[in-house]
Design a protein around this ligand. Structure first.
Ligand code: HSE
Length: 330
């Protein structure tokens, strides 16, 4: 990986480009990483929640972040410390456009530290905004290394299983990190995702530190059988195969300890008709796949009631898989 520091931008004069004053408003989706058995290699995008970035070209070279809303003051306005501006700066360097000025507003529309790819949604919205403003029609996948810089900064590791589906939409496999090789997978139409975010703090950085560094061969065999089963189920549109493959013997046994009543919630979701249930990303959000919207809504409602009984607040979301990825909304 390259050095993550941003080089100082020399900004001696005002920009007089015809682009000055143009702006764009972009939405990028939340994502469910790992998809239970595919730690760091599988993820998919959902329709809601997501984050929004408003970006304008200014006549003062360099990046400023003028506003962040919805973050309770948790995110830095300093462009050298914010994942959105850092990723955008890396992109500008790569296309040789550090001469331009940018003003960024970040509107957080989803919880931070939720396991729903919060930093990825912001970063991808920022990268999609600058790509749109500059009229860069290159394949969006080319933005992936810049988005991964943001992940590296946010949680100490440049994994791609949130940023890739946020950027490309749909279901994504990271076949390899070095070299980066990302494969978009099909999925059955009509698969619903029920998400419950219990309001407890599980920072990704810490949730990564607690997992085992070495694994047993017998567990590896179980895991790769399940990953292959899940990918086959996606291709074959076999929802039952998808469901029985979504088992994780490596990470979930450790991380589930950070999530209130994880196994009870799984039992409830499965008895209400879920196809599968697991941790979203590094948690604390959990998700279930269902075959219809009604079951997804029932699961979110019952799990939320259960958490309320434990005096834990929660947010819930029901969505199909978002195949579009980021989009311009204004
Ligand atoms: N694959 C990452 C992890 C996703 O599980 O740590 C973080 O959302």
């Amino acid at each position: 990986m390259e050095d993550n520091k941003i080089q100082e931008v020399k900004a001696p004069s005002l920009v007089t480009s015809p682009l000055v004053g143009t702006g764009v408003h972009v939405f990028a989706p939340a994502t469910v990483a790992n998809v239970v058995c595919g730690f760091d290699v599988l993820g998919f995008a959902v329709n809601e929640p997501g984050d929004e970035v408003v970006m304008r070209i200014t006549n003062k070279p360099g990046i400023t972040i003028s506003k962040i809303t919805g973050d309770d003051g948790r995110l830095p306005l300093d462009p050298a410390k914010n994942t959105v501006s850092v990723s955008v700066q890396h992109y500008l360097q790569s296309v040789g456009r550090t001469d331009i000025g940018l003003d960024i507003e970040l509107h957080k529309k989803m919880p931070i530290g939720s396991g729903l790819g919060s930093s990825s949604a912001s970063t991808v919205a920022g990268l999609f905004a600058i790509k749109t403003l500059l009229g860069d029609d290159a394949d969006p996948a080319k933005l992936l290394p810049f988005a991964m810089k943001g992940e590296e900064m946010a949680c100490g590791h440049g994994h791609a299983d949130n940023v890739a589906p946020a950027l490309l939409g749909g279901f994504v496999l990271i076949r390899s990190y070095e070299p980066l090789d990302v494969v978009r997978l099909p999925h059955p139409a009509g698969l619903y995702c029920a998400i419950v975010f219990p309001d407890v703090d599980v920072p990704t950085r810490e949730a990564r530190q607690i997992i085992r560094k070495n694994i047993q061969m017998k567990d590896a065999v179980t895991q790769w059988g399940n990953i292959a089963g899940l990918v086959s189920g996606l291709f074959m549109q076999d929802i039952d195969l998808i469901g029985r493959s979504m088992k994780d013997v490596l990470v979930e046994p450790v991380r589930s300890m950070l999530i209130p009543d994880f196994y009870k919630m799984r039992e409830m979701a499965m008895s209400l008709g879920a196809v599968s249930f697991g941790i979203s990303g590094s948690g604390p959000s959990v998700f279930a796949f269902t075959k219809d919207e009604e079951t997804a809504r029932l699961i979110t409602q019952k799990l939320q009631q259960h958490l309320t009984g434990l005096k834990i607040g929660s947010n819930t979301y029901v969505s199909t898989i978002n195949d579009a990825g980021p989009r311009v909304i204004g």
